[in-house]
Ligand binder design. Structure first.
Ligand code: IPE
Ligand code: MG
Length: 185
């Protein structure tokens, strides 16, 4: 009997190796980040075909601010132009765009673009494309704890805690991919 492939509901992808990928090809790190976006687009396209419910992409961590100004600004510019370019594709493919992390610290222009895409894809019912931006695990826990303190005057349950996490509307993660692309494209 042919083995049936189990399609995961929610896949987490940690972007990594963009800089090394570019360096190996004697290119700037930012070129690696641009190609990282191309890889994400390909992944999203395939995820739609496979009927996957959600993809979370870890694009910019709270630690990434420690990089050079030039790289941080470059990454934000790439994110902004990619969002503009990708919005119609998202809508056409019924993809709902959401983010996790504190986007209020990102440049105003980028924040506005993010909010616009979230708004424009709010009613899409297909794949959920979740991008972690200025996201940190400890920050998320702290945010949830502080919200619980404000909300409850008692010990809280796991379910009550989960409601305060960014992932509240997403199915539990089935698989996390964090692998340096040795051979891409
Ligand atoms: C991932 O690639 C992209 C971001 C974190 C923005 P890296 O920038 O971590 O690439 P390497 O690991 O230095 O090669
Ligand atoms: Mg890295």
């Amino acid at each position: 009997m042919k083995k049936q492939l189990t399609i995961p509901k929610h896949i987490g992808i940690i972007l990594d190796g963009n800089g090394r990928w570019a360096k190996k090809r004697k290119k700037e790190r930012l070129f690696g980040h641009k190609m990282g976006v191309v890889a994400v687009k390909k992944t999203i396209k395939r995820a739609v075909e496979l009927n996957i419910k959600a993809i979370s992409v870890y694009a910019f961590s709270t630690e990434n601010w420690k990089r050079s100004c030039e790289e941080v600004e470059g990454i934000f510019k790439i994110l902004e132009s990619s969002l503009i370019e990708f919005t119609s594709d998202l809508k056409e493919n019924n993809i709902k765009f959401i983010t996790m992390g504190d986007i209020s610290k990102l440049p105003k222009n980028l924040q506005e673009k993010i909010e616009k895409v979230i708004e424009e894809t709010r009613n899409c019912t297909g794949l959920i494309f979740n991008v972690a931006l200025n996201y940190g695990g400890q920050d998320e826990i702290l945010m949830a704890v502080n919200r619980c303190i404000e909300k409850y005057d008692k010990k809280i349950s796991k379910e009550e805690f989960e409601k305060e996490l960014y992932t509240k509307s997403l199915p539990p993660l089935d698989i996390i991919i964090n692998k340096w692309r040795k051979k891409a494209f």
